[in-house]
Design a protein around this ligand. Structure first.
Ligand SMILES: Cc1ncc(COP(=O)(O)O)c(C=O)c1O
Length: 364
């Protein structure tokens, strides 16, 4: 018999999504149509954004947002060094140059003071990432952006449900985006959504995703665009996930509290602080330990999947020729961070097994 594996993060689908999927199959419309509009409206209402534009995935949503605010080839864009690589490659895809900035060790988000030291005449934009469900300090980022006339494009890929001082992340800069990739709190397999209050930016994003046109079925293209369309199948999953979203985040919070209450006595484990400006979503429960690789290998042997933090951008082999300066805090976060199994589907029995296994590791 195959050994049971407890996944680090898996989506939670049930009859809720099936009922929306049936609507799609019965309608005969597969590429984006009525359900996609409904999903956009649900996300706009939930986040408080005036406009939400669905995209094929979060990476292209980010590229579209950068194009929409006017980032051009050769422009510099400041990104945090600790993030999924898409934050940087979305800028590269449109010919812009990402500058890697160190992070605040408490939040794992951009260190604004260090960001200011990177600004040159060519810097046009800053991308704060709301990492692991914690908001970046948007007051500091917006004031830095105002001082240097930078656009703010928020990477809220991991931020569905996360608030900064009561406002949903992705709605605090000029434009923002969310990802609905399989491991995100709202999962549509692949998928992304641009959020903005600015109708001109929203209209630009709609044209960028639709080969430069206002409407499909017309073959006059007013501007250059691409095909970043969504599908009704993705929207069906998204609507089902929105119906369950409150429960998804409650389950994630409960998972976090159970880990924290049961592991807090182990002196080698630190739980990152939640800054007072954030109303978090516990997308992943993260811990800091002396040797995450060793703990991860031990847990893997017991069928428990974990995940190391993102490998710092300045160390990525694909960016080697950039000779980017070291980012000490991002390297330290990588050297110590580990994400524990955090699926909304995680059973209490499995979670207690994980906790006992971690206790056994530190006893030896
Ligand atoms: C911080 C961050 N930015 C961007 C992305 C890109 O989103 P997607 O995977 O939907 O393309 C992700 C996805 O994991 C992410 O975590």
């Amino acid at each position: 018999m195959d050994k049971k594996i407890i996944p680090q993060c898996e989506p939670w689908y049930d009859d809720t999504e099936w009922s929306y999927l049936k609507r799609v199959m019965d309608s005969g419309y597969i590429t984006e149509s009525a359900l996609t509009r409904e999903f956009e409206e649900r996300v706009a209402k939930f986040t408080g954004a005036k406009h939400a534009v669905a995209m094929a995935n979060g990476s292209v949503a980010l590229s579209a947002a950068l194009l929409a605010v006017g980032v051009k080839p050769g422009d510099e864009v400041i990104v945090p060094d600790m993030t999924f690589i898409a934050t940087a490659t979305s800028a590269l895809m449109i010919g812009a140059v990402p500058l890697f900035c160190d992070i605040d060790p408490k939040t794992f988000c951009l260190d604004t003071e260090k960001a200011e030291s990177l600004v040159t005449k060519k810097t046009k934009c800053i991308i704060p990432v709301h990492l692991f469900g914690i908001a970046a300090d948007m007051d500091a980022i917006n004031s830095l952006a105002r001082k240097h006339s930078l656009s703010v494009v928020e990477d809220a890929a991991q931020g569905m449900g996360v608030h900064f001082q009561g406002k949903h992340v992705g709605t605090l800069g000029d434009i923002g985006m969310i990802s609905f990739h399989a491991n995100k709190t709202v999962s549509t397999g692949e998928g992304g959504m641009v959020l903005t209050d600015d109708p001109a930016l929203a209209a630009r994003c709609r044209r960028i995703k639709n080969q430069g046109r206002e409407k499909k079925g017309i073959f006059i293209h007013e501007s250059i665009g691409f095909n970043f369309s969504y599908t009704e199948l993705q929207a069906a999953l998204g609507l089902g996930q929105m119906d369950k979203f409150k429960e998804i985040i409650e389950r994630k919070e409960s998972i976090f509290n159970i880990y924290r209450n049961n592991l807090k006595g182990i002196e080698q484990i630190t739980f990152p602080e939640i800054p007072s400006h954030t109303q978090p979503v516990y997308w992943f429960t993260n811990i800091l330990v002396p040797d995450p690789e060793k703990l991860s290998t031990f847990l893997q042997g017991k069928g428990i999947q974990t995940r190391r933090f993102f490998y710092p951008l300045h160390l990525q082999p694909c960016f080697k020729e950039r000779n980017a300066p070291a980012c000490k805090e991002s390297k330290s976060a990588y050297d110590h961070g580990l994400s524990l199994p955090s699926s909304a589907t995680l059973s209490e029995k499995d979670q207690m097994f994980i906790i006992q296994s971690i206790k056994d590791f530190f006893k030896n």
